[in-house]
Design a protein around this ligand. Structure first.
Ligand SMILES: [Zn+2]
Length: 275
């Protein structure tokens, strides 16, 4: 079954970039070319020479065709007024349209880069005409861009929120708990399992609180709020440095703005800050 997409999002393997098209330029593994624009930073530009190598049609941006490309880790493009930065460093500075373009470009480029050969028979693949699918010329296997759901949960207890310092953060930054959905799980089951595994608690009153594509490399963050139900915090020390309950007026270092984790924490603060 082919996935239906709006006409303007159709990739088209036979079309080619032309002058005036727009670009998102990514550098392996997580850098993005950033431009200074009138009121901040930009990741979409018509600047520069199109690099050699694979590129993929991302869709439309500001009424023009948007392409993305991936250059090697050691490559540096000489583009006036632009530089590569780690994408996580500038997410909070992008407006929603820029973030969306970056996320889509990042995920499509990553998918294209990792699906150049068939997973069944090993023959080279091509991108399908009319949908985002890599198609094997030998056995006709179709592979679609992978999207990996991750639950992220703001757990509250009275006037406090559960925050934890992940080991992988590499610095004293505290965030709400999150974890990948495992094969065969519902989102509700993932929430219960993750919170039990990471801090030994049970929760109740789970409520959906929004979602965000998170292109590192291909997650869809699915946000929830939940209420503490039972248990005492016992950290999984393979994942967390520590975890604890925090009041809105005494928060530790938080994730950057622009992430759904920060949005969930900010929502807690907005409803629990002293008035
Ligand atoms: Zn094949």
């Amino acid at each position: 079954m082919q996935r239906e997409m709006p006409e303007h999002l159709h990739p088209n393997a036979t079309s080619s970039p032309v002058a005036g098209d727009l670009w998102v330029v990514l550098r392996a593994p997580n850098d993005v070319l950033v431009f200074e624009v009138a009121d901040g930073l930009g990741v979409v530009s018509e600047h520069g020479v199109v690099p050699d190598g694979a590129h993929i049609r991302v869709g439309e941006y500001a009424g023009r065709t948007l392409w993305a490309t991936r250059v090697d880790a050691d490559e540096d493009l000489a583009v006036r007024g632009a530089q590569f930065v780690h994408a996580r460093q500038i997410i909070g500075a992008l407006d929603p349209d820029q973030f969306s373009a970056f996320a889509r470009a990042r995920m499509l480029v990553e998918w294209h880069h990792t699906h150049r050969f068939c997973g069944a028979c090993g023959a080279p693949t091509v991108i399908a005409d009319g949908e985002y699918a890599s198609v094997c010329a030998a056995c006709d296997l179709r592979s679609y861009p992978r999207i990996s759901p991750v639950v992220i949960v703001a757990v509250t207890r009275n006037n406090q929120i559960l925050l934890a310092q992940p080991i992988r953060a590499g610095r004293p930054m505290y965030t709400v708990l999150a974890g990948f959905v495992e094969v065969g799980e519902s989102l509700e089951q993932t929430v219960a399992r993750e919170i039990a595994e990471e801090v030994g608690l049970t929760v109740t009153d789970l409520a959906y609180a929004g979602s965000q594509p998170w292109p590192f490399p291909h997650a869809l963050m699915v946000g929830f709020t939940a209420q503490y139900a039972s248990g005492e915090i016992v950290c999984d020390t393979t994942e967390l440095v520590e975890a604890g309950w925090y009041s809105a007026d005494a928060l530790p270092e938080l994730p950057p703005h622009g992430s759904i984790s920060r949005t969930l924490i900010d929502a807690f603060v907005a409803t629990h800050a002293a008035r």
